[in-house]
Design a protein around this ligand. Structure first.
Ligand SMILES: [Zn+2]
Ligand SMILES: [Zn+2]
Ligand SMILES: [Zn+2]
Length: 383
């Protein structure tokens, strides 16, 4: 645009010169002289006009060129986003699909990509499907500890009962407010435990309610308010009538880098199924991809899961090499995931095979990330 200003200023200067030329003639020589000079002035003006037109044409063609480049950049951006989403989906679905293949030996070692190798180390047994029961005092004012709660639980549910009902308690965690969190092998086992303590005077057992799942709708035109998205989905897509009464809480929206925005909404399982099944919905001026949104919280300071940087009390750990520095200043070319490295110290103690830790801590193929993903996924009710 520098040249635009330059040409513009030359034209303006010339116009000023012409103007002052006309003024001088009128002042010094009167209108008669001006009339004789008119052809010269007209000639001069037409040259200027011609230059200006040429200049406009050049500007227009440059504008078109910029538009073409912008369009190409946008297409590339969308392609990158699509590939990223595809790669991520492959990682996630791979945990279900690739496993049996690897176990039966169909997939050959040399054909294994990093993602598959990561999947292989995240063995199904490592990925806990959480079936939990929370034990708590019936009366919240009761001044008691989780130890007491657990003792009371044992009086209600003795080991004979566990044996007869084939209930396995896989994990026990003492929690705040005198609560105890028990992990069982299945939902049925959790229900059986709840049933067993239903008559207890002192304690109660509850299965935590699962949350409604979230969808992420991408590529929505920026002019569409998030609260109008559902109305548009219902009106602009076929076979949506039966979902009109469903819950659709658009609780978050964000502009993306390509000038559109995405909206995150908490929806009823029935509607979730429908949206994921159709994969794309018309919203306003565009057809928008729909994805399931499962957010694994990872700290940007220490890279561990489950808390945010602002609440972090751990030391800084490099996302790239796992060292005690910020990834921005990292000079170490070796990749090491601090989470997998930490798991490996445990695995060595237990004489278990190590997992691959030669990847960044923010890699979507990281076995620890996938494990967390499963845990978070398990907190939702997908219907
Ligand atoms: Zn942290
Ligand atoms: Zn580093
Ligand atoms: Zn890792």
């Amino acid at each position: 645009m520098e040249s635009f200003e330059k040409v513009n200023s030359i034209i303006m200067q010339n116009l000023e010169t012409l103007n002052s030329y006309v003024k001088t003639i009128r002042n010094k020589h009167g209108n008669t002289r001006l009339a004789t000079e008119l052809p010269t002035i007209e000639k001069y003006a037409s040259v200027l006009d011609g230059n200006y037109c040429k200049f406009q044409l050049r500007i227009n063609s440059l504008k078109m060129y910029v538009e073409v480049l912008e369009k190409a950049a946008l297409e590339k951006d969308q392609e990158i986003m699509r590939l990223k989403a595809q790669k991520f989906d492959e990682y996630i679905s791979g945990s279900r699909v690739t496993q049996p293949l690897l176990r039966s030996g169909i997939t050959k070692q040399r054909e294994r990509s990093y993602a598959q190798a990561a999947m292989a180390s995240a063995k199904t047994s490592d990925i806990k499907t959480n079936h939990v029961v929370i034990l708590a005092p019936r009366n919240a004012d009761m001044p008691t500890y989780s130890d007491t709660t657990f003792k009371l639980f044992k009086t209600s549910v003795n080991h004979e009962m566990l044996k007869d009902s084939k209930i396995s308690i896989q994990n026990k965690k003492m929690s705040t407010k005198a609560r105890v969190v028990l992990t069982c092998a299945s939902q049925e086992q959790c229900e059986a435990l709840c049933e067993a303590v239903s008559d207890d005077k002192w304690i109660k057992a509850v299965i935590p309610k699962k949350k409604d799942p979230q969808v992420q709708i991408l590529g929505i035109d920026e002019s569409i308010p998030k609260d109008d998205v559902f109305k548009l989905i219902l009106a602009q897509n076929k076979d949506m009538e039966e979902f009109a009464q469903c819950k659709f809480e658009a609780n978050f929206e964000k502009m993306d880098r390509i000038g559109t925005k995405f909206v995150v909404a908490e929806v009823e399982p029935k509607l979730f199924k429908k949206l994921i099944e159709i994969g794309k919905v018309c919203v306003g001026y565009s057809s928008c991809p729909v994805k399931s949104r499962i957010r694994v919280v990872r700290c940007f300071k220490c890279n561990r899961f489950g808390h945010l940087k602002k609440n972090c009390r751990n030391e800084t750990s490099c996302t790239s090499c796992g060292g005690n520095h910020d990834a921005k200043v990292c000079k170490n070319p070796v990749l090491k995931c601090s989470n997998c490295d930490w798991i490996n110290t445990k695995r060595v103690q237990r004489k278990q095979e190590k997992v691959n830790s030669e990847h960044r801590a923010d890699d979507y193929g990281c076995p620890q990330y996938l494990r967390m993903y499963k845990i978070v996924e398990n907190q939702y009710n997908f219907g």
